[in-house]
Every structure is written in C-alpha cells, then in structure tokens.
Design a protein around this ligand. Structure first.
Ligand code: PLP
Length: 403
C-alpha cells in the first residue's frame, strides 16, 4: 500500500483558480433569523426581491406544468425567447436566455476572456459575480474605484482600458447605490472602447428606473456591436428562486453563447414561468408602483430620522446613519436583526458606514422605519459618529449582496 501523503490527494491537483476561489455567499435567510432569535415572523429587505412575491398567473401556470417535468426542455427555449423579443422589441436572434443573468455573465467572460492573457474591468465596488467568474476563468480582474458620491466615472474607466481588456462591466442603476448613470455617458464609453472589447451593461434594476425608456441601453445594441445588455427575471418579475435572466447582443455573438451554453440550463418550469411573468402586466405594473411609492416613502422617512439616503432608481436605498448615532452600521444591522428585520450591511462592498434596504410593501417599510427609530433612539448618545464621508474603500469582499 502506498502511504497517503497530502501531496497525492486529488484536491492538491485542482486548478489554482479553484483552490483560490472565494465562493459567493448569499445573505441571511428568514429561517436562520427566526431560529437564532426565536421570532415568529421576520421581514427580509436584504436581497432586493419582489415585495409582492410571485405573480398569481405564474403560480397557476407552474402548477399546470408540473406533470411535464419528465420531459427535457427544448435547448433554445424558443417560446420564451420569442416572448422576450416581443417585449423588449429586438430580434429573437439577439437574445440569449440563461439560468439567471449570472449564467450570461459567466458565459460572456468565458467566450471572450482568454486565461492568463486577458483582463476584465469593472468598478469597485460592484456585483461580485463579475470578479468571481473572471478569476475562475483565469483572467485578471481590474477595478476602478467609484467616486466619493458612489457615481461611476467613465473617463477613469476608459483610462484603464488597453489591448488586454476583453470585457467591461457597468451596472445601471448600480448596486448597492441605486445610482443611474446618464445614458449619454455609457454611449460615450461604447464609442471609446475598442470594437473587440465587450461592454456589458447590467440592467438588473432598470425596470424600477423612472422612466425605463430614458435609462435602458437596449435601443443602442443594434448600433454598437460590442454592447451587451443584461436583464433578469429575479427582481421586477419576482422569479429569483426560479433562476432566469437574459442578454441582448449582436446576433453572431449570441449564436456563440448558445453553442457553448449547457443545453438545458433553463428548465421547463423556468421557461413556463418566464412566459407567464411577461404576460402578467398587472403584477409587473403593481410591482413598479409599489417600489416607486415605497422608495419615496422610505427616502423621506429615513431623512426625517437624520439618515442620509442616496438618490436611487432601483428597488433599494443605500443610506448612512445620522451623526448622533454612536453605533456602527454593523451594530445597527445586528439590532434590527434581533427585531426581525433583515437589511444588508455593506462591509463586503467596502462601505462599512452604509446600509442597504430593499423596498418592501407599505407594511414592511413602516415596520422597518419603526424598528430603526427604536434602534437609533437607544443609540442616541453624545459624540458624533466618526468619519462621515461617503467614500468607497477597497476591501476584500466577504459576504455577498445576494441579488
Ligand atoms: C440581482 C442582480 C442580478 C440578477 O442576477 P440573477 O442571476 O438574474 O438572479 C444581476 N446583476 C446585479 C447587479 C444584481 O444585483
């Protein structure tokens, strides 16, 4: 018998990218918090999920489809692709559907970034999937810091582009700030990038922007062949748990993504749900109304408590604590947890002084404000809160934004 040594373990031979990988870690679940604090009910405003839940039409169609799941789905999800094309008014050949927009992010990096040679460029902080999948691919991830007000400076981004830049990611409205970059600035970036460099505009939250038509880059995909627009069903369509997203891009590029994509990554149920979600305009419009009204209510309520919410075009608000609050943001987050309210601390984004709250229903929003008022009341002591700049700091992300 050969003696087992650490050198001979199969794990020691894994790819370096795998051994070094820091996996995505989602936010806390409702069940975890209920168990930890012995709470009967918990309000989760941490992952930017749909405040109205799941469309009733989607639920009905899913139930009806349950007896068909022994079949393989059609590999190119034709019904859903056509339904999306009709909704966003582009040719179906431009659309690639995936297991969440996460899959499209991964595919774009994999088809374009050559390991050991190419670079992927994004802002810091930004959605961690860009970094994780770039590193997994063995490409270098390069970041440009956000401005102090958390806006995105396209000139600074362009100054970091060179011949090795394969993909550039821009999120608008951005997560976690909610900041919407003026469309002209993104179009200027599209013109300034080399035509072989993909510009991926992640519009996960664009449905909530007011108005969508003034913010989306979709009408420009035809004109700029390197421009890719990402959308998701996880937020405004309430399907985060089903995993469905899509990209709109040059038809030839789309064809290559379809070729290398795992053939059945979008399940029969996800396709059914996606088609139904696009049909149910009543639910979609109710979601937008709830979010836009809740956003105004929460921004005003936070401001009246002395917090400073950042203007947002998304379904969440980033805010800082008032100067009178002697507690750190992390501690406020923990105290809210104990009261059954889950929001999102932003240490992992390098923003330890900020918190992010998803817009909920009217009841949830009021419960959150009441709980926060209680926590701030207890924290109302002398001595101003240290460091009041809204700066973006570099840090190694630990926990994730969870959609
Ligand atoms: C939530 C979110 C997505 C959506 O991801 P899915 O895989 O479609 O659930 C994409 N990008 C950003 C920036 C997000 O916050």
């Amino acid at each position: 018998m050969v003696q087992e040594t650490p050198d001979l373990s199969p794990v020691s031979a894994l790819r370096k990218e795998v051994l070094d990988f820091e996996p995505y870690s989602a936010g806390l679940s409702i069940e975890e918090i209920q168990a930890r604090y012995g709470l009967a009910s918990v309000i989760k405003l941490a992952s930017n999920e749909n405040p109205l839940g799941t469309s009733p039409l989607v639920q009905k169609r899913l139930r009806a489809k349950a007896d068909a799941v022994f079949r393989y789905p059609k590999p190119d999800t034709p019904t859903l692709t056509r339904a999306i094309a009709a909704r966003v008014q582009v040719e179906p050949e431009r659309i690639v559907v995936g297991n969440g927009s996460d899959e499209i992010i991964d595919l774009l990096i994999r088809v374009r970034a050559t390991p050991g040679r190419d670079r992927v460029l994004a802002f810091q902080p930004s959605f961690s999937m860009y970094r994780l999948q770039t590193r997994m691919q063995g490409a270098e991830f390069v970041t440009v810091p956000l401005e102090d007000d958390l806006s995105l400076n396209m000139d600074k981004l362009v100054s970091r582009v060179d011949a090795s830049t394969a993909v550039v990611f821009v999120t608008t409205p951005d997560n976690p700030s909610g900041h919407a970059t003026p469309r002209e600035e993104i179009l200027r970036l599209a013109r300034e990038l080399p035509p072989t460099c993909l510009l991926v505009v992640d519009e996960a939250y664009v449905d909530f922007a007011d108005p969508v038509e003034a913010h989306t880059l979709l009408p420009f995909v035809e004109r700029h062949r390197n421009l890719v627009v990402l959308r998701t069903f996880s937020k405004a369509y309430g399907l985060a748990g089903l995993r469905l997203g899509f990209g709109v891009m040059d038809p030839e590029l789309a064809d290559y993504l379809w070729r290398v994509r795992l053939p059945f990554s979008v399940s029969i149920l996800a396709e059914t749900a996606g088609v139904a979600a696009l049909e149910d305009l009543t639910f979609y419009n109710a979601t937008l109304d709830t979010v836009r009204q809740g956003r105004v209510f929460l921004a005003e309520a936070l401001a009246s408590l002395g917090c400073r919410p950042r203007p947002s075009q998304a379904n969440f608000l980033l805010f800082r604590l008032p100067d009178y609050c002697a507690l750190a943001a992390r501690a406020v987050f923990e105290r809210l947890l104990a009261q059954g309210i889950i929001i999102r601390p932003l240490d992992s984004y390098g923003l330890p002084d900020c918190l992010r709250v998803s817009i909920g229903t009217e009841t949830e929003n009021r419960a959150f404000i009441q709980a926060l008022e209680r926590v701030l009341g207890e924290a109302h002591t002398a001595g101003p809160h240290a460091d009041s700049s809204l700066g973006a700091h570099d840090s190694t992300p630990r926990e994730n934004e969870g959609g």
